[in-house]
Write a protein that binds this ligand. Sequence first.
Ligand code: NAG
Ligand code: NAG
Ligand code: NAG
Ligand code: NAG
Ligand code: NAG
Ligand code: NAG
Length: 593
Amino acid sequence: MLKAFNIRRHAALFCHLLAVCLLCQKSYAQHVYNLSLSIEEGLPAGTIVGDIRTGVHTPNRGFFISESKDSYVFKDLEINADTGIISTAVVLDRERRDQYEFVAATLTGEVIKIQIVVIDVNDHVPVFSADKVELTVSELSPPGTRYELEAAVDEDEGQLGTQGYRIIQSDMAELFKVEYRNGGRNIWNLDLILTKRLDREERDCYSLTIEAFDGGIPPETGRLQVKINVSDENDNPPVFNQTEYQALVWEDALVMSSVCQVHATDLDLGDNGLVTYEIIRRQNDQNEFFIINKTSGIIQVNKTLDYETQAFYELIVRARDSGAQPEYSSTYVTVRVLDINDNRPNIDVMFLSETGEPEVSERAEIGEYVARISVSDSDLGEAGRIRVTLEGGDGKFTLKQIDDFLYALCVDSKLDREKEEFHEVILVASDFGSPPLTSQTTLLVKLIDTNDCRPVFDQEEYTVTVSEDIPQGSSLLSVQASDLDSGVNAAILYSIFPSNHLVHIDPGTGLITTAARLDYERETEMHFLVVSVDHGTPALTSTATVIIRVNDINDNKPVFKQQLYNVSIPEHTQIGDCFLQVCLLVLCVCADV
Ligand SMILES: *[C@@H]1O[C@H](CO)[C@@H](O)[C@H](O)[C@H]1NC(C)=O
Ligand SMILES: *[C@@H]1O[C@H](CO)[C@@H](O)[C@H](O)[C@H]1NC(C)=O
Ligand SMILES: *[C@@H]1O[C@H](CO)[C@@H](O)[C@H](O)[C@H]1NC(C)=O
Ligand SMILES: *[C@@H]1O[C@H](CO)[C@@H](O)[C@H](O)[C@H]1NC(C)=O
Ligand SMILES: *[C@@H]1O[C@H](CO)[C@@H](O)[C@H](O)[C@H]1NC(C)=O
Ligand SMILES: *[C@@H]1O[C@H](CO)[C@@H](O)[C@H](O)[C@H]1NC(C)=O
């Protein structure tokens, strides 16, 4: 009986023996048997695999084993060379080694080829190389787009390997499905397929869990978490937060003061959602009264506004995003300019006199029109309503309103040029703006003279005494009348009434002279009237009485009035020049002085 260690020691002998046996196989009619055994992997060490004796016909004990003790066969299997019982020495793993082969020989020379197949059991699960995977899907990807994911690997064979995939957990299951196809070598390729269009603006991230399953009963599974980020595309236009904007601005708004702010949002991300603004000036605001801040959407005044020129603007503002292919949208901004009372009333005076000068006859009746006053104001509304008042005028004039913008300057009391030739009238026009603006104009109204004053003599009665011997043409006295009127109405002509052949009056100066020699014996005293007539139409007259007393020259000795007459004569005075009159005596030069 050979012990196993003998076999080991005599391996060389065994080889020799086996070789002899094999060589003599034919001549000996020796038997070679095949013994197929199998055992499931994963069973505990010591599990019996089989018995070598079942491979031969004749019962036998004691075997020679072809493998050396340190071969892989003896590492994994325990072979009892005495009994022929094969059992496992370790837990077998088909995925490490799926079969063992060795040869055993009996002492009688029978040879048994032993093959032990390790039977696969479902001891492996499908495994993904990572637990999680992140996927970026464009929101514009069409339905049907495939995303290949890394397949799960199951080391088991055939049925026990990966059989397929399914989505087991998803927050939006209907958006994705999985498909798989055989990729050979026990691998099933995995595709995730988009079934509907995504919208990042609605939802930008999804997660789902894919399970790989094998064909075991029950199947083993492996899981993969898929996170799907939806990437942005410029698929949204900017949207204004109001369909229309309305703004008010005072017409005196400073340049750069802001009028209103428009605001548009774009749901897209990054540049696709970065909105800028501009004013479209094809039809509106071509003169650039307004500008818009590209980034903030603040509309500002760019030029001084004027309500009276343009009170209403309609701007078209366009927003665009900054995507590679930008999207646009537009809105209207209506800007109403508010009136500021920035215009003074305007006063226009038209005189009704013939010359158009500021004149009126002093004879004008109360209520008679002197001038027509029209007022205007460029402002509108209250700021354009006007009230006119009158100042000055010494109470002689009044204003009569004809309509909102028309007044008449009328005579309000009797006029008298002789008292006051000029009247200063101030017209004040003020509007109803707040604060009100006023303007005023000063008129100097001249009264035109009428012949309403008669000439008046400075004395009612003139008396003069003359000596009867004065020569013809001697002046007697000068009368003087005055007339308060002016011009022709004050130009006076003098005459004597009744006319008298002894005296004559100068019609212009009023100097009365003798027209003939007087004779005391005939008339000692003369009475007559002087008449003054002005040139007015109709002419006015007045009279005064003149009394002339005539003295008799022979009745009285002449008497010097003075004791001494002291006269200086310039030298070289002409001979015959008179230099002094002493009563009726005239001293003249009769020789060179
Ligand atoms: C044993 O197996 C070998 C090949 O595996 C084969 O050629 C031979 O015919 C078999 N012998 C018997 C007796 O079945
Ligand atoms: C997906 O989105 C998350 C959060 O939104 C982010 O942290 C991650 O980096 C994104 N992944 C990719 C591949 O873009
Ligand atoms: C729109 O945006 C502007 C500017 O931000 C803001 O003043 C306005 O109130 C917004 N309008 C609405 C209806 O929210
Ligand atoms: C536009 O507005 C932004 C923010 O208010 C400001 O920083 C920028 O200077 C403005 N641009 C112009 C040209 O005024
Ligand atoms: C604003 O006004 C100025 C001066 O009136 C003009 O030169 C300019 O073109 C206007 N527009 C802008 C956008 O500044
Ligand atoms: C005469 O008048 C002159 C100058 O007026 C004067 O100097 C002179 O004394 C006078 N003679 C007499 C006598 O009064």
